[in-house]
Design a protein around this ligand. Structure first.
Ligand code: HEC
Ligand code: HEC
Ligand code: HEC
Ligand code: HEC
Ligand code: HEC
Ligand code: HEC
Ligand code: HEC
Ligand code: HEC
Ligand code: HEC
Ligand code: HEC
Length: 342
């Protein structure tokens, strides 16, 4: 019990430090973003722009109709009506920089282009505004950005030209048609989940096709229910807060505890110690074919493990002792029995 409390206290401490860091960081980046008289240009191209250098999105529209049409349905296009952003967001020119020279001289080199920019550079231009947001603070050190997957690998910078009013389809498989939209229409995603994620993480499709699985392919859950694509403090970009299991107990609330009698690995190692959370060939998405195998991996006297070996009366040649959870029913923790009988 004591060690568990200690762990909790330690976790809480770590969390508190992170939150403090977050706050400070958020406030700092927000101050930077909002105190600037001009919208920041992408990093490396910072120059003082003159207000007169901006021509406005309507001017761009005269030559770039497609981009304008898609853009005008996004939140970005409406920022000029939002109090906090009125003077800072400049429509197309928020990202592309002031366009007067480009327009007047009809010179494609006189506008910020992202053609030759890396995923990191493009992302930095988005982060000039988005870094202050809680969700994106961690993007710079996320598995994604570190592997050159930037904002525009998942988001379409101008928004989707299709179905702006329909909710995104998360039904697999995607067939790109008018009736069954593949391209996402929410959050400016290029493609809906899970297709978006599976286009790169192909192995997950096989995992979610296993006999026992979370219903992601069926469209009842999304990858982002469990993962934060923008990165976070946890391994595997999981969406967790305090402790390793928060993402799971958000839905499986009965497993949350705290229990009077905790089963230690659940609080220390997390749900994925025993479950393959994408999918498994074993019932209950267990990692092992037989429950017994799973238990005996830890509950064996041979190993130097905090788990006690099974009592000697558990004769393993006796079939009635093989199905451990027949008796140890409350395997995730119990409030009434130290050996999880009820
Ligand atoms: C008078 C017509 C005209 C107007 C107005 C105009 N552009 Fe262009 N723009 C062009 C032409 C022509 C090109 C080069 C051909 C192409 O890429 O379509 C171009 C290219 C671009 C490119 C691609 C540059 C590259 O090489 O990657 C961007 C980005 C761009 N324009 C943004 C804008 C923005 C933002 C505005 C409004 C501030 C704007 N344009 C207004 C004509 C125009
Ligand atoms: C949120 C930032 C952002 C805004 C706002 C934005 N763009 Fe872009 N634009 C980009 C990025 C990033 C690219 C690079 C293409 C890509 O990654 O798909 C791009 C590419 C372009 C191109 C090159 C051709 C193409 O589509 O790849 C043109 C032309 C263009 N934008 C015009 C515009 C116009 C016109 C507007 C306003 C109606 C606008 N953009 C608003 C970020 C933005
Ligand atoms: C001028 C500042 C600014 C820049 C630059 C900017 N954004 Fe945004 N963006 C915003 C604001 C403000 C919102 C609205 C936030 C809200 O409503 O919570 C927003 C909203 C969004 C949304 C949510 C759209 C929705 O429908 O909910 C996405 C996705 C997004 N931005 C992606 C990007 C990407 C990708 C880039 C870079 C290519 C970018 N942004 C560049 C300010 C900016
Ligand atoms: C690996 C794919 C991926 C990358 C890379 C990515 N996003 Fe997202 N983003 C998503 C998904 C998926 C959602 C929708 C999550 C949901 O439905 O709750 C989202 C949501 C958003 C939202 C809306 C958040 C909200 O709560 O409404 C914004 C804003 C946003 N992203 C901006 C960005 C910016 C800026 C970057 C780069 C710094 C970026 N994203 C990089 C996948 C990605
Ligand atoms: C453009 C390709 C691409 C897209 C789209 C993409 N990812 Fe990734 N993702 C990667 C790469 C590359 C890595 C880092 C290398 C790796 O672990 O595979 C990564 C890493 C991850 C990781 C961490 C893996 C680890 O071992 O720590 C998770 C979780 C993840 N992605 C989930 C998602 C989710 C959820 C989506 C959809 C919202 C998504 N990805 C969309 C390419 C992509
Ligand atoms: C029910 C929650 C849940 C859902 C839904 C989910 N994941 Fe995961 N995913 C996890 C957990 C938990 C881990 C960490 C597993 C571990 O540590 O053994 C993980 C690990 C990963 C990894 C790292 C792979 C590895 O072998 O280490 C990737 C990549 C990933 N998920 C992508 C996805 C994609 C793509 C989707 C949607 C198609 C998705 N996940 C949906 C919970 C989920
Ligand atoms: C968004 C809600 C949600 C989240 C988050 C979630 N689950 Fe589930 N989980 C479900 C639903 C709904 C079912 C049962 C229906 C089904 O078959 O999809 C389920 C089924 C399961 C089952 C199988 C139950 C059975 O009787 O066969 C296990 C085990 C499981 N989840 C573990 C986890 C773990 C571990 C995590 C965290 C990595 C997690 N879940 C995250 C919603 C969720
Ligand atoms: C020590 C191994 C172990 C860990 C860790 C573990 N589970 Fe389980 N879980 C099991 C076993 C064994 C079963 C099957 C019980 C049975 O056969 O009746 C199971 C069954 C389940 C079920 C389906 C049956 C039910 O009771 O609803 C869900 C849902 C579930 N676990 C969720 C979770 C979640 C969420 C976590 C993390 C908080 C977790 N598990 C951690 C071993 C574990
Ligand atoms: C990842 C390792 C691990 C797995 C797998 C595991 N356990 Fe445990 N188990 C432990 C540890 C560690 C303890 C805590 C011992 C303590 O509190 O001193 C424990 C405690 C117990 C206890 C209570 C012992 C007591 O009286 O204090 C029982 C009963 C138990 N486990 C049964 C099972 C069963 C049945 C399974 C299979 C469904 C299982 N365990 C799977 C590690 C594990
Ligand atoms: C027929 C019912 C039954 C089955 C099946 C069963 N157990 Fe037990 N188990 C018990 C009883 C009774 C105790 C003693 C409880 C007590 O001391 O209060 C016990 C105690 C334990 C303990 C605690 C040992 C300690 O020193 O504190 C562990 C660990 C354990 N069992 C693991 C298992 C494992 C692993 C399996 C499956 C291979 C299993 N049990 C199957 C009835 C069962």
């Amino acid at each position: 019990m004591i060690s568990r409390k200690l762990i909790k206290v330690a976790l809480l401490g770590v969390w508190a430090v992170f939150m403090a860091g977050w706050l400070v960081y958020g406030i700092q980046s927000r101050t930077v973003a909002t105190s600037a008289a001009e919208p920041s240009a992408p990093k490396g191209t910072e120059v003082a722009y003159n207000q007169d250098d901006y021509v406005g999105s309507d001017t761009c529209a005269t030559c770039h109709e497609d981009q304008f049409k898609a853009f005008s349905k996004t939140k970005h296009s409406k920022l000029t009506q939002v109090k906090d952003w009125k003077d800072k967001a400049k429509g197309c020119e928020s990202c592309h920089g002031p366009g007067r020279a480009h327009v007047e001289e009809a010179d494609p080199t006189k506008i910020i282009s992202f053609k030759d920019k890396t995923a990191k550079q493009v992302s930095e231009s988005c982060l000039t505004c988005h870094a202050g947001k809680e969700d994106h603070n961690n993007f710079r050190r996320s598995e994604h950005l570190r592997n050159n997957v930037g904002c525009t690998d998942c988001h379409s910078p101008h928004g989707s030209p299709n179905h702006p009013t329909k909710v995104g389809s998360i039904t697999y498989p995607a067939i790109d048609s008018e009736d069954n939209p593949g391209p996402a229409t929410v959050k400016m995603l290029k493609v809906s989940e899970p297709q978006l994620c599976m286009s790169c993480h192909q192995q997950t499709k096989a995992q979610f096709s296993q006999p026992f699985h979370h219903k992601v392919l069926e469209g009842q859950m999304k990858c982002s229910d469990c993962h934060n694509a923008h990165g976070g403090f946890e391994l595997k970009n999981a969406r967790l807060s305090v402790g390793a299991d928060a993402v799971c107990v958000k839905c499986h609330t009965d497993k949350q505890g705290p229990f009077v009698y905790e089963h230690l690995p659940i609080t220390t190692e997390g749900c994925a110690t025993c479950h393959n959370t994408h999918g498994s060939t074993n019932p209950k998405m267990l990692k092992r074919n037989q429950v017994r195998q799973l238990c005996l991996e830890c509950h064996t006297a041979i190993f130097d493990s905090p788990a006690p070996g099974v009592p000697s009366f558990h004769r393993q040649d006796n079939a009635s002792y093989q199905n451990c959870t027949n008796c140890h029913v409350r395997i995730h923790g119990s409030n009434t029995h130290p050996a999880f009988f009820r």
